[in-house]
Design a protein around this ligand. Structure first.
Ligand SMILES: [Fe+2]
Length: 192
């Protein structure tokens, strides 16, 4: 069986990230920060080497499905209509479709598919809850939301401080986010 070298894997993941950049410059930097936060959490939670690798790839590619979302919706400054929001929500499934056929990204594709699920079952696309969501997807969810709150985006002017953003994670701990992951991440942010 042909085994792909890790350097080849990471080069392929980088190539996918470059596709994202062509569509939307902001998203690439966001994905890199989400990967950095996710790895800090994963290492603190003492995940195994294989889980950490899949976590890194899934975090780097979590928004790759935005390639399939029309630019005018992706870059809209005004509030999205319900119909447009439904289109944006498709990015998890589109991302899954893009990478699920690639052997070394199969596990990552399943994690990516779940990165907008919530532990109270009110997420998308499958309304999964609690333990039915992969722990790796739950890590990306916390890292993704933190970066969205602490960095500037085209459709919002307010950037939260580290403290305000971790407080926001805490408020949504147990409904949107896994409480253990919020605890681990809050401690990481506090000590940095
Ligand atoms: Fe996303």
């Amino acid at each position: 069986m042909y085994i792909m070298k890790k350097t080849t894997e990471i080069n392929m993941v980088r190539a996918f990230l470059n596709f994202i950049e062509i569509k939307d410059k902001y998203t690439k930097g966001h994905c890199q920060r989400v990967a950095k936060y996710s790895m800090l959490i994963g290492e603190k939670m003492k995940l195994g080497e294989n889980d950490l690798r899949q976590l890194k790839y899934a975090a780097l590619l979590h928004d790759i499905g935005k390639i399939g979302i029309p630019k005018d919706i992706l870059k809209k400054k005004e509030r999205l209509h319900e119909r447009e929001y439904e289109i944006i929500k498709k990015h998890s499934e589109i991302g899954y479709e893009i990478i699920c056929k690639i052997d070394f990204l199969r596990t990552s594709s399943e994690i990516l598919l779940q990165h907008h699920e919530r532990i109270d079952g009110r997420g998308y696309p499958s309304c999964l809850n609690g333990n039915s969501i992969s722990i790796l997807a739950k890590i990306i969810s916390v890292a993704d939301s933190y970066d969205a709150m602490t960095s500037k985006r085209i459709y919002k002017d307010n950037v939260l401080s580290k403290k305000a953003a971790t407080e926001e994670l805490r408020i949504n701990s147990g409904t949107q986010f896994d409480p253990k992951i919020v605890d681990v991440f809050s401690n990481i942010i506090k000590s940095n």
